[in-house]
Design a protein. Structure first.
Length: 299
């Protein structure tokens, strides 16, 4: 073995000894020095309590943790229509089925406004064979934050909303006069779905309410006796609480209104796939029940 070879072997041995020695392993195991602490962020402003009905001013609406368009739905497939309301007008989104409709559905948006998620729901109904019309109660405004959504809902002109819903029902009856009609809505729109059906009871065969503000007066809900109600609720809902759902159930029963309720182990707004409260299993089962309910009551 020549001198160069002996030098190479000796150097290799020294390197291995350093790598395998306890001191070297201990040095490798030392954690990296912590990064300097970032300045503390200013506290987020408190979210105001939002009310959907004047009779429930102290009820705080649980906010979505995400903006509803964070997960973009498919591009809308329907078309914009104009609803005449006296000398004014409102915009709506119509989604039409292929061929003759199996029935018609008035679709009412959440507190966010008529966004692409609600338009997608109308498209889903059209794919099931229904003529669907999603009305706009906010006069073109769409919220992108819970704070803005709360302001829009708090400022909702209920008289105007009722006129828009009535005009939407009139449009559906004009386009498909031989077919029965349902209303459906989520969150704020769930409560408006009920109110639209109450105000147009003779025209409505079925009402679908996803965690919307209910009624507890049997004399009021008795107007729906000629139709049926599907209630979709959440047991963890801090706004549409289980006791309000129970009072609604009792009122419908006392009034002799056909209805079926399902309450899921979920939170408010669990059906919105782009919201922070989404519960996929509950949403899937609720939509299955919605499809069966509409198929049973529309023609």
């Amino acid at each position: 073995m020549n001198g160069i070879q002996r030098s190479l072997i000796g150097g290799l041995a020294v390197s291995l000894a350093l790598v395998l020695s306890p001191a070297a392993r201990a040095e490798d195991a030392k954690p990296a020095a912590p990064a300097p602490a970032a300045p503390a962020a200013a506290p987020a402003p408190a979210k105001p309590a939002i009310d959907a009905r004047a009779s429930d001013k102290d009820a705080a609406v649980p906010a979505h943790e995400k903006h509803p368009l964070d997960s973009a739905p498919p591009a809308p497939k329907g078309e914009k229509v104009e609803l005449k309301i006296g000398d004014a007008s409102a915009i709506a989104y119509a989604s039409k089925p292929k061929g003759e409709p199996k029935g018609t559905v008035l679709v009412i948006h959440e507190w966010w406004g008529l966004n692409d998620w609600i338009k997608h729901e109308a498209d889903e109904l059209a794919d099931l064979g229904y003529l669907a019309l999603a009305v706009d109660l906010y006069k073109g405004q769409v919220a992108t934050t819970p704070e803005d959504a709360g302001k829009l809902m708090g400022a909702l002109d209920k008289e105007w909303a009722g006129k828009v819903e009535h005009a939407g029902i009139g449009w559906l009856k004009e386009k498909a006069p031989k077919h029965t009609l349902a209303t459906i809505g989520w969150c704020m729109g769930g409560g408006q779905s009920l109110q639209a059906s109450l105000a147009n009871a003779s025209e409505v065969a079925a009402t679908v309410i996803y965690y919307g503000m209910p009624e507890s007066d049997a004399g009021v809900v008795g107007k729906l006796k000629g139709g049926a109600v599907l209630g979709i609720f959440a047991k963890k809902d801090g706004w549409i609480t289980p006791d309000k759902v129970e009072a609604f159930d009792k009122a419908l029963t006392a009034a002799g209104v056909s209805h079926e309720f399902t309450s899921y182990d979920a939170d408010h707004a669990f059906a919105n796939p782009s919201g922070g409260k989404h519960n996929p299993e509950a949403a899937k089962d609720a939509w299955k029940k919605t499809r069966a309910f509409l198929a049973a009551h529309l023609d």
